[in-house]
Design a protein around this ligand. Sequence first.
Ligand SMILES: Cc1cc2nc3c(=O)[nH]c(=O)nc-3n(C[C@H](O)[C@H](O)[C@H](O)COP(=O)(O)O)c2cc1C
Length: 211
Amino acid sequence: MRILARDLDPQQTYRLLTGVVVPRPIAWVCSQSSDGVLNLAPFSAFTFVSNKPPMLGINVGRKAGRRKDTGNNIHATGEYVVHIGDATLVEAIHDSAVEHPPQVSEVALLGLETVASEQIAVPRLAAPPIAMECRLRHACAFGDTGSEFLVGEVLVFHVRDGLVRDGKIDSVELDPICRLAGPTYATLGPTVTLRAIAQTAKTVMPAAPGT
Ligand SMILES: Cc1cc2nc3c(=O)[nH]c(=O)nc-3n(C[C@H](O)[C@H](O)[C@H](O)COP(=O)(O)O)c2cc1C
């Protein structure tokens, strides 16, 4: 099957891409409005973009042409927490995507416990195994729908005790939840560990004849 991208409308493209880019990790984002309402929502257009300083990117779309509460809050305060949820939290993650007016806190609605953050005013959730305190560094709009790629610097990583071994996260122990298309989620399933890639100097290629 061949699909010409220019024949697709934004919704069709979204449906296709969310089935193509799989599985996606989920940034479970806590942000706070200027009035102090604590917001929570999942974002699976999520990756890291730098390791010095550590920076994470999430793509926040628009709803009926308007910025989502998360986008509004992050622009207003510049601060937010990105959590990584495990399999025990899948329903809470899913339910936190339900749209509510900005004055309604998904954190309160879902009865989630919070803990004060160290370097930002936005508290973090107590339950997720990983929480990262972030400060907004870049906001970049892409395409015609007004979605924005928000890049934040991680100021503090909070990782559940026992999950870090030799500086690395034990992924199996973390048991992260990820998103497929629509309301379908997946866990890690079987993993495969191959030999480490040798860190040797690059082979110098012989010059091409005549150069
Ligand atoms: C697992 C999951 C992942 C999602 N990922 C994204 C995403 O990457 N970008 C986005 O704009 N919306 C995403 N959504 C939809 C938002 O979570 C949803 O629009 C939410 O109501 C936004 O909340 P807010 O208005 O409080 O910011 C996702 C929903 C789910 C269930």
